[in-house]
Design a protein around this ligand. Structure first.
Ligand code: GZL
Length: 336
C-alpha cells in the first residue's frame, strides 16, 4: 500500500510542477555556439566630422588653382574638426600612389585624390577597396571601373572647353590663326578642354600649333616664346588651358613687343585672381571659371560615404565665365 501511496504523491507533484511552468524546457538546450554568440550588434555608430580621419593625396602645387584647392581642403578640415593627413606629390603619379598606400597602412576612413593623369590607378585603388577604404576622386577623373571609387567631385572640363571655344568665336568673328597651350598631358582637364574647344570653335579659326605648358606659368612662357619665334604676328589669338600658362604667355608676348589682349587675344580657364588682374590691365580677354574651392563639399561627401549613405557617382561644380568689363569690381571678392 505504502509504495502505491508514494507513487501517487510523485505523480501529483510532477503534475503540479508542469502546471506552474517548472516543466523541463520544451526547446532543445542551447548549443555551445549559440550560447557564446554575442547579442546582435547595435546599429553601427555613425561617424561625425570630429572622428573622421581623411587622407588627401594632393597632386602638387603647380598653379594658383592648386594652391587654392589645397587651402580649401586644409581650411575646411580645420573648421569641421576632421583629422586630415595631407601629402603633396609634386605632380608625380608615383608619389600620389605612395601616399595612397601610406593612408591605407594608417587605416584612414576615406581617401581623396585628384589623379594627376587619368591612367595607372586600378591596382592601388583595388588595394584601397580590399582594405575597405573608399576613394573619392576630387577635381580630376581617373579611367577606372566605377566600383573602384565612391564618387567624383569636380568640373565638366569638356563644357569648360566648349565655353572657351564659344568665347574665341566672339573674339574672332572674322576667324584667325590661333595657338594653344595644353595642360598636363594625359590629365582629364587637358584632354577634355582640348576636345570641348574643338566642338564649338568656328571653322574660320585655325589652330596652327598646340603644345603642353603643363599648367605652369614658367612652361607657358617658354612655349609661347617658341610660338612667337616661329609664327610672330601671324598669331591672332591664344587658347590657354589654365590662367597660369596664360599669365606666362602674356609675359612672353610683351617681351616680344606685341600687346597681349589686343594684338593677340587670349582665352583662358580657371578664373584665378591673377587672371582678373590681367583683365583689369587689358591683357586677357576672358577666363572660364573652374572652381577649386572643393573642401566643404569633399568632406560632406566623405562623411556620407563613410556612413554608408547613397551619393551620386558625379557631383559637378557650379561655374561661370568672366570678362574685363566688371573684372575690377569682382576682383576683391574672389577667394582664389
Ligand atoms: C582643373 C585643375 C587644373 C587647373 C589648373 O580642375 O585640375 O589643374 O585648371 C591646375 O590650373 O593646375
Amino acid at each position: 500500500m505504502k509504495g502505491s501511496k508514494v507513487l501517487l504523491v510523485v505523480v501529483i507533484l510532477a503534475t503540479l510542477a508542469a502546471l506552474v511552468g517548472c516543466a523541463a524546457p520544451t526547446a532543445a538546450p542551447a548549443t555551445s555556439e549559440e550560447a557564446a554568440a554575442p547579442a546582435a550588434p547595435a546599429e553601427q555608430a555613425k561617424k561625425t566630422y570630429k572622428d573622421l580621419v581623411v587622407g588627401y593625396a594632393q597632386l602638387g602645387a603647380e598653379s594658383e588653382w592648386r594652391t587654392a584647392n589645397t587651402a580649401s581642403v586644409q581650411q575646411a578640415a580645420e573648421e569641421l574638426g576632421v583629422t586630415l593627413k595631407f601629402s603633396d606629390a609634386q605632380q608625380k603619379q608615383e608619389n600620389q600612389i605612395k601616399a595612397i598606400r601610406s593612408f591605407i597602412a594608417q587605416g584612414v576612413d576615406v581617401i581623396g585624390v585628384p589623379p594627376v593623369v587619368t591612367t595607372g590607378w586600378e591596382t592601388v585603388f583595388q588595394e584601397a577597396k580590399d582594405a575597405g577604404i573608399p576613394i573619392i576622386l576630387v577635381d580630376r577623373r581617373a579611367d577606372v571601373p566605377e566600383d573602384l571609387y565612391a564618387t567624383y567631385l569636380g568640373s565638366d572640363f569638356v563644357e569648360e572647353g566648349r565655353k572657351a571655344g564659344n568665347e574665341m568665336n566672339k573674339l574672332l568673328p572674322e576667324g584667325g590663326k590661333i595657338v594653344e597651350l595644353v595642360g598636363t598631358v594625359g590629365s582629364a582637364p587637358a584632354t577634355d578642354r582640348f576636345s570641348g574647344f574643338r566642338e564649338t570653335m568656328n571653322p574660320n579659326i585655325e589652330i596652327i600649333d598646340s603644345q603642353s605648358g603643363d599648367f605652369t606659368r614658367a612652361k607657358g612662357k617658354e612655349v609661347m616664346e617658341a610660338f612667337l619665334k616661329k609664327y610672330g604676328a601671324e598669331i591672332t589669338a591664344l587658347y590657354a588651358h589654365n590662367d597660369d600658362m596664360a599669365l606666362g604667355a602674356i609675359q612672353a608676348i610683351e617681351e616680344f613687343g606685341l600687346k597681349p589682349g589686343t594684338d593677340i587675344k587670349i582665352v583662358s580657364i580657371d578664373a584665378v585672381r591673377g587672371a582678373f588682374q590681367a583683365m583689369v590691365d587689358g591683357k586677357l580677354n576672358v577666363t572660364v571659371e573652374c572652381n577649386p574651392l572643393l573642401g566643404p563639399q569633399f568632406y560632406d561627401l566623405a562623411l556620407k560615404v563613410v556612413n554608408g549613405e547613397e551619393v551620386p557617382k558625379w557631383v559637378p561644380s557650379e561655374e561661370s565665365v568672366y570678362y574685363p568689363d566688371n573684372a575690377a569690381e569682382i576682383l576683391p571678392t574672389r577667394q582664389y
